[in-house]
Design a binder for this molecule. Sequence first.
Ligand code: AMP
Length: 416
Amino acid sequence: MDSFNFAAKMAFVRVDFNVPLDENFNITDDTRIRAAMPTLKKILSDGGSVIIGSHLGRPKGVTGKYSLSHILPRVSELLGIDVQFANDCIGEETAKKKAALQPGQALLLENLRFYAEEEGKPRLADDATEEEKAAAKKAIKESQKEFTKQLASNIDVYVNDAFGTAHRAHASTALIADYFDANHKMFGYLLEREVSAVEKVMKDTQRPFTAIMGGSKVSSKIDIIKNLLDKVDNLILAGGMTYTFSKAFGGEIGISIVENDKLDLAREIVEEAKVKGVNLVLAVDAKIADDFKNDANADYAPVNKIPEGWEGLDIGPETEKIFAEVIKNSKTILWNGPVGVFEFDNFDAGTRAVSNAIVEATKNGAFSLVGGGDSVAAINKFGQANEVSYVSTGGGALLEMIEGIVLPGVKAIRGY
Ligand code: AMP
C-alpha cells in the first residue's frame, strides 16, 4: 500500500463492512468501517478512485434488510466525501457508474452476497434432488467466473482489506486476484497488520510463548489446541473446558459445564503436552455458583471438589496467581477466550486478572495478541484494548491462522 501510487488508478477494495445494525438499521458498532479508513483514504489522497465492495449479513438473495445503503452515510462521513452508491455490485448500471468515477471519488457497491456467485454456493430449495444439486454446483462455478470478471472490469488495482473474510475463497476475497499481476494486487493496511501480528506470534516467536485458551468448550478449540502444542512453551487451558479435564481425571465437578464425550480427548491432550514438553497449565480452584446467573450464591472450591448443585463459573484466586505468574514471564502471548463467565460482573475477576497480567507482560516487552470474539469483548470491558500489542478484528480468519491454515485471501495475493 505504502509504496504504490494510486494516482489516476481505479482500485477495487474488498472491505469487511459487515457491521451490526439495530432494527432501524442504525449501526451499533462501526469498528469495522473505521478499520478500513486508512486504506481507503490513502487511495483517495493519492488521487485514485475507489470501488468499495463488502458483504453484510448472510442474505439468501436480494433483501433490503442487508442493503449496504444503510451504512453509506457513515462511510461518507468517515471518508469526508459524498460516497456514491451502486444498487448492484455488477451489471450495466454499475459499469457505467464505475466508468464515470473521477480521481478522489468513491463508489460503494451493493452487498456482494446478494449474488450466490460471491460465495460460489448454489442456493437450492430444501427438497432439491442430488442431480439438481450437482447441476447447480457446476452451473454456479461457471456463472461465478462471469461475476468475478465483472467485479474486476475497469479496475487497475485489487486491494484486500477484509481480514474477517480472508479465510473464505470467495469471488471478491480470492478469485478476483487472478485478474491482476503481482504488482497490482495487495493487502490493505488492516489485512497487512492482522497477518503480520499473527505471523509474529506463530512464526517469528520470542520465547517463552504462552497461549491462553478459554471459552466454553474444548470441542470448538481442539484444532487450535493441537496446532499450539507444536508451538508453545506454556498452554493455559481454562474457562468451561476446565471441567472436562477435571472430570477426565476423576474430579467431582458438580453441575459445571462438561463435554462427556471429550474425556478421552482431554486425557490425550495432557499426554501429548507431556510428550511435546509443553507446560500445560490448568486451573486448580474455581469460583463456584449455585445457579448460572450473576447474583447466584458464590463460593470457592478446588476444581476437582465442586459440591453437587454447584458449578464453576470463574477461576479461583490460587489459579489467578498461577496463571499470572506464567503470563508475566512470557515474551509472546496469545489470548483467545475468557477464563470465566466474564459477562457476569461477579464472575469476571479471573478474566480480569488474566487481562491485567497480559498488560503487565506487554509493558515489560512481550508481544501480546488478543483475538477471537469473546476475549476481545472482555478486554474492551476492562478498557485495556490499547494496552496490549494487538487486538485482532478477525474471528474465524484468526482462528484458522492459529490452526496453521493458509488463508485463501492471503494466498491469492502473495502466493503463500
Ligand atoms: P467460546 O465462544 O467457546 O469462546 O466461549 C465463550 C463463552 O464461554 C463466554 O461467553 C463465557 O461466558 C463462557 N464461559 C467461560 N467460562 C465458562 C464456565 N466456566 N462455564 C460456562 N461458560 C463459560
